[in-house]
Write a protein that binds this ligand. Structure first.
Ligand code: ADP
Length: 267
């Protein structure tokens, strides 16, 4: 009987190992696939602005003397805009690397959400020019314990998306309120919204919902950075669709400052 049991145990172990080998092979294949998708996406995002910069610089070099001043200025503007886009992309990649390696060290401080929302709106003023931006922040909103730079960046990414995906002239609203011990900040737009199966996936690195969205300037990094920052500060973020009309709504929840431990006590 003991021999039979030992045989069975050996067989079971062999089977488990087989399954583990298959799983390992599957995981390795998936990691390879992701790595190459990542490289393709990064190369594309670097190549597109670089091609525009090279094109504009080449035209300037070849025709500078015979070119009307306005055309020169247009080409220079292209060079500056596309360089800024490259700069943003590289900064985003660095942020992602920090989040993924756990090297984020948020600066812990007490802040009024309205102050930070205000500075995110000011920073996004140029992007929001074609939209009607509204801020609803009650003056008595409690303080939250956040890193102001990371929090502003997270809000900025959401405003940037709202401006990018919602039609010109539509309203973009940033609103703060208290719900169940949390300070809630919502950013709502009047764009196409997000298909329900994609609501959680939009936070994945390099994920973009629609084919159409892939031709717009964007990297598929904005929301994953947003989530990385908010979670590093002890908060949550989720995506939804508006009930009153079409449009996306992003909801950030942060614990009210009074009853939360300091960030370094969480570590
Ligand atoms: P990017 O905007 O650079 O593509 P993000 O990570 O910021 O990357 O967003 C991921 C995807 O989520 C976008 O490509 C888009 O498909 C979708 N998305 C984000 N914000 C909105 C929004 N406000 N309205 C509709 N779709 C959105």
């Amino acid at each position: 009987l003991l021999d039979a049991l030992a045989d069975q145990a050996a067989l079971a172990i062999e089977r488990i190992q087989l399954v583990a080998d298959v799983d390992r092979a599957k995981l390795a294949a998936e990691a390879d696939r992701l790595r190459s998708a990542l490289l393709t996406s990064i190369s594309h995002d670097l190549k597109t602005p670089l091609a525009a910069i090279l094109g504009a610089a080449g035209t300037l070099r070849d025709y500078f003397g015979s070119m009307p001043v306005e055309d020169r200025n247009d080409l220079l503007a292209t060079i500056i805009d596309e360089s800024e886009r490259l700069n943003r992309f590289i900064a985003n990649l660095l942020d992602m690397t920090k989040i993924e390696s756990g090297a984020m060290e948020p600066n812990d401080g007490l802040h009024y959400p309205g102050d930070i929302a205000g500075s995110a709106l000011r920073r996004a003023a140029k992007i929001l020019e074609g939209h009607e931006a509204q801020m609803i922040m009650p003056a008595d909103l409690p303080m939250v314990r956040v890193d102001p730079v990371l929090f502003e960046q997270a809000l900025f990414n959401l405003l940037d998306n709202a401006a990018k995906y919602a039609p010109e002239g539509s309203a973009i609203r940033i609103e703060g309120f208290v719900d169940a011990g949390n300070v809630v900040i919502q950013i709502a737009d009047e764009g196409p919204g997000i298909p329900p199966p994609d609501l959680t996936r939009v936070f994945d690195t390099f994920y973009r919902v629609r084919k159409r969205d892939q031709v717009r300037a964007g990297t598929g990094l904005g929301l994953s950075i947003c989530r990385g920052f908010i979670e590093a500060m002890g908060g949550t973020i989720d995506a939804g669709n508006r009930k009153d009309r079409c449009g996306a709504v992003f909801t950030i929840r942060l614990p009210e400052a009074d009853d939360i431990p300091k960030l370094d006590e969480l570590k």
